[in-house]
Design a protein around this ligand. Structure first.
Ligand code: TRP
Ligand code: SF4
Length: 330
């Protein structure tokens, strides 16, 4: 089948995948793999830009991420998976881009300022951290990706990638790099089980590795509308985290749940049970498939070796063109 273009996206191996990652990115990636030539990679160099001090968990996190991708439904027969640091061409292209990228382009990236102020506990005033959007541009342009599925926070990086592509083509009088477009993931933002943003650091996630009982427990202990003490108390679904989840997991039942809550016709326990059943429909199969994959590490290794091989051959071809255009090497 003729595919509609090349897609590339990556994830940092920073720890257990959770429902937020599934709804925010993976579900979308899985849908795209039939229609596009997809490259999905583990951005382990990117993890180093903020986590260079303690790398002890890096390898485990990579395996964990791969098992999660496969469990969620990414398919090695449709897409190419690879590990960024296994394709050394990424480092080379990053270096060459670093020669042509003005510092001002990097300083003005909103993620640079945001993260500097958020990660006060880490020293990220490093060369690598400032340059990480340039590394991201190398990831994308290496495969001449047409589309890059990303969340909103990453849009400036795709824009920067387009600028780097233009600058490179202009400086070396070529048309080597196409300008990629962002594919903004339709934001299905799910709060954590405590109502704050879902994040590992808040300990409020529903992880792929949580067994069905744990998931059930987490849902049953979610905070609801504090105004509801008795079943007959009228509720305010808009302040309730359980309701926010229903909007994503119980689409057809939402009007009914809203009505029953507002009129005190359903108790919160019953309401949560309904939700738990719907969440289980999505998460139990992922959990079960993940358990299988974590026992098949040799197969995961084969999948990555295969993906790395494909990615490397594209990367080598691009780098030959880049070196030729820039006249580097002898
Ligand atoms: N920077 C992205 C993140 O932190 C991960 C990433 C690295 C990426 N390279 C990429 C995403 C290329 C899309 C395309 O989440
Ligand atoms: Fe939330 Fe449901 Fe309770 Fe209403 S009935 S407050 S939506 S848990």
């Amino acid at each position: 089948m003729q595919k509609k273009g090349t897609i590339l996206s990556g994830m940092r191996p920073t720890g257990a995948l959770h429902l937020g990652n599934y709804l925010g990115a993976l579900e979308n990636w899985i849908r795209l793999q039939d229609d596009y030539n997809c490259f999905f990679f583990i951005a382990d160099y990117h993890a180093l830009t903020t986590g260079y001090e303690d790398t002890g968990e890096l390898k485990n996190n990579i395996t964990d991420l791969l098992a999660g991708w496969l469990a969620a439904g990414l398919d090695p027969n449709k897409s190419t998976f690879f590990i960024q640091s296994d394709i050394k061409e990424h480092a080379e292209l990053h270096l060459l881009f670093s020669m042509i990228v003005p510092l001002s382009w990097l300083y003005r990236c909103p993620t640079y300022k945001d993260q500097l102020s958020q990660m006060k506990d880490k020293n990220i005033t490093t060369y690598g951290f400032l340059g990480y959007p340039c590394l991201q541009a190398a990831d994308i342009l290496m495969y001449k990706a047409d589309f890059v599925p990303v969340g909103e926070d990453q849009l400036p990086h795709v824009e920067l990638t387009r600028e780097i592509a233009r600058r490179f083509n202009f400086l070396y009088g070529c048309e080597l790099f196409p300008e990629p477009q962002s594919l903004l993931t339709k934001a299905k933002v799910l709060p954590g089980t405590d109502g704050r943003k879902m994040s590992k650091s808040y300990n409020n996630t529903i992880a792929f590795s949580d067994n069905p009982e744990t998931v059930n427990k987490k849902i049953m202990s979610m905070i609801t509308d504090p105004a509801r003490i008795h079943k007959t108390d009228p509720g305010h679904p808009e302040v309730c985290t359980v309701y926010a989840y229903h909007k994503i997991f119980s689409e057809n039942e939402v009007p009914e749940i809203e009505h029953q809550c507002r009129n005190g016709e359903i108790g919160c326990v019953a309401c949560k049970k309904k939700l738990a059943a719907n969440v289980a429909k999505v998460m139990t199969p992922i959990y079960e498939r993940r358990q299988e994959w974590v026992n098949r590490l040799d197969d995961i290794r084969d999948i990555i070796n295969e993906g790395n091989k494909k990615a490397r051959s594209v990367a080598q071809k691009t780098m030959a063109e880049v070196r030729e255009a820039m006249k580097v090497g002898w």
